[in-house]
Write a protein that binds this ligand. Structure first.
Ligand code: ZN
Length: 134
């Protein structure tokens, strides 16, 4: 994970959302390790579009065996956030907040699962960059 973060720093010198990106990447790579199949294979793609930095993390997910379930309280927190309602946080829940963290550091995020591969795609706000990430 350290090497990935270092590469992001090199590729995105001057990008105004670099700090936010590093939080998002760390969270999603951590999720891939916790929820992915072994050996863990993750593809991270970054690009600029419309003046904003965008990203995608893809990794295979298991069929349920060995995957920690998202605590019910955290599912309720997510539903309240989606509805724009006040959120009662379950302080004792120890997992399942990764997507909420990502939402907090991005302008938009979506997740889809296709053929056992989870794809998380996100967009940061305007970042001041005019060049493309390669
Ligand atoms: Zn940028």
């Amino acid at each position: 994970m350290g090497a990935t973060r270092a590469r992001c720093r090199r590729l995105l010198v001057g990008c105004e959302v670099l700090g936010d990106l590093l939080v998002v990447v760390s969270e999603l790579l951590g999720n891939a390790v916790r929820h992915g199949t072994v050996p863990v294979s993750v593809v991270l793609t970054l690009w600029h579009e419309g003046g904003s930095l965008r990203g995608e993390v893809r990794h295979p997910i298991g069929e349920g065996a060995g995957r920690p379930a998202t605590p019910v309280g955290v599912l309720a927190e997510r539903a309240a956030l989606d509805a724009g309602s006040p959120v009662a946080v379950d302080d004792l829940a120890e997992g399942g907040r990764g997507l909420m963290v990502v939402r907090g550091y991005t302008a938009a995020v979506t997740q889809t699962t296709t053929s056992g591969v989870l794809a998380t795609v996100w967009r940061h706000g305007p970042c001041g960059c005019v060049r493309a990430v390669s």
